[in-house]
Structure formats: C-alpha cells, structure tokens
Design a protein. Structure first.
Length: 295
C-alpha cells in the first residue's frame, strides 16, 4: 500500500510540473484561488493538528483530560469548464488519520474525527466526494449545487463511520477586489453500513465558512473553519462552532505557483463529552494548468 501511495504521489507530482500553470501574477492567482469554484486545477494538501478534550464514560472507559489527533487531507481539485460560465466540479478528499483508538467520538465525518486513548493508529480514513455544477465569477456572486458522498474506506476500526453516506451540497460566495466571503454546505445521511455490528446511521451537517481579505504582494488574511452539527447527538451536544484566524501567501517553487496557508481555529461552542478544542491548520495548494482552459 505504501509503495502504491508513494508511486501515485510521484506520478501526480511529475504531472503537476509538466502542466504548471500559465504565467499570471501572484496576486491574480491568489484572488482566483479564494473562490472554491474557480476553474484552476490544484493539488491540495492539508494537515490539521487538533487538541481534544473529554469528560465522559463510554463503554466503561472513563474519558477525562486532553488528547490530540492529526488528520491529513489530500484533495485534487480538477474542475471542468462548461458553457455560459458554468463549471463542473468533483472534489474527492482522501483522509489519513493518526488518532487514539480506545474510545471513538463523533466519527461520521472523516475530516473531523474525535477519539481518546493511549493506543494510537495512523491509517487511511474514509473518502469524501462532493460533486456538482456551478456558476463561477471572479467578481460578484458564484454558486453551485450538487451531491456529496462518504465511502467507508477507512482502515481504522474505532475511528471510522462504517457506513455509506449521501446528501446535498451547496456553495455560495461573493467576491470583489479585496474580499471573498462565502460558505460550503454539506449534509449526509447514512444509507447502508459495511457489515459492522452496532452502526448507527449518520445524520450530520458540515458548513465551512470562509472570509478572505486580499493584501498586497499576494498575502491574505483568512478564516475557513468548519461548523459541524451531529443531529443524532443529545440536546446541547449537537453543535461545534469554531472561530479562526490565519494568513495565506502565494509563492513560486520553480515554475509552479504554490499557495501556502496557516490558520488557528478555536471551538467556542462544542459538545460536553469528547470534542475538539484547538486546531492548527497548515495547507499547501500546488497549482497546475487546467488543460480545458481556465478563467
């Protein structure tokens, strides 16, 4: 498996270099990349280091104190331009999770796993796949709609959803020369399990909001955390609401433009039992040429 992943990464990296983006200013690329519907191809690598807190008893195991989880996300963003300013998008998210395995928390969403325990495992997580169509503009309103899926591909046992999930997705944002403000909404219902006993069908929402302010020299001030709601949880324990602050910078590595981002996220509302507290997000987007044309 490791050889396959390494070989795939090398192949994708060589493709990225071969298809490096056409010459644009760093400021132009930085503004276009703020729009998740933009017709720029990029390979996104994100790492979330999340501090967890817990105060509960699950299956006879007492959970109290703090722990952490490390989630790595790889997302190839390869939109296809359509007619009349529309674009088709499919944004698969491959997850790799280093997590405790004694007690699992809310694991419906592989991008926001919580868990506690002394034993840890680092393995592939479930696959997320939002896809649909949208109207994209670099200034003014952009919007899109489609379907989103989660597939139980996780190699973890405790830190996994163990079910197929499906639901709607929608994006809406407004952009001008200085600001990009918008949201990406996804909701999933569990529709079938993978044969694991005791699986409760999921019913949860993820809403990523993003506020981006463009600065000179391709710098950005930005916030892009995820609000999550687990509708199956008890009253008062459904919502996780983080606030965030971060920076971004577009640079070049050889011929390839790369957008670097760092963000601190703080959960101001969260469940009482096992939940995220603080997250440090690091991300790099390697921009490559869209062979079907770009904006």
């Amino acid at each position: 498996m490791k050889k396959i992943l390494i070989g795939g990464f090398v192949a994708v990296s060589l493709l990225a270099i071969a298809l490096s983006a056409k010459e644009k200013t760093m400021e132009e690329l930085s503004k276009e990349m703020s729009n998740p519907l933009a017709q720029i191809w990029n390979l996104s690598f994100q790492n979330n280091y999340t501090m967890l807190k817990g105060d509960t008893t699950v299956a006879g195991v007492n959970v109290s104190g703090k722990d952490h989880i490390n989630t790595t996300l790889f997302q190839p963003v390869l939109p296809i331009p359509l007619e009349n300013g529309m674009t088709a998008f499919a944004r698969p998210v491959f997850t790799y999770i280093n997590a405790p395995t004694t007690v699992g928390g809310h694991v419906d969403n592989p991008g926001h796993v919580t868990a506690f325990g002394e034993d840890r495992q680092a393995k592939m997580g479930d696959l997320i796949l939002p896809m649909g169509v949208g109207v994209v503009k670099m200034k003014g309103w952009s919007y899109g709609i489609g379907a989103t899926f989660i597939f139980p591909t996780s190699q973890h046992e405790e830190v996994a959803s163990h079910q197929y999930q499906v639901g709607p997705t929608a994006l809406a944002l407004y952009a001008n020369d200085d600001w990009t403000v918008g949201t990406h909404l996804q909701h999933w219902w569990g529709v079938a399990d993978d044969g694991t006993d005791g699986v409760k069908m999921a019913n949860h929402t993820d809403m990523q909001y993003f506020i981006i302010y463009n600065l000179p020299q391709a710098w950005q001030l930005r916030a892009s955390p995820h609000i999550t709601v687990n509708w199956n949880a008890q009253s008062g324990n459904k919502l996780t609401l983080p606030l965030a602050f971060g920076v971004g910078k577009m640079i070049k590595i050889g011929p390839m433009p790369v957008q670097l981002m760092a963000e601190y996220q703080k959960a101001v509302i969260s469940p009482d039992y096992i939940t995220s507290e603080d997250t440090i997000m690091l991300q790099a987007n390697f921009i490559i040429k869209n062979p079907f044309g770009d904006l």
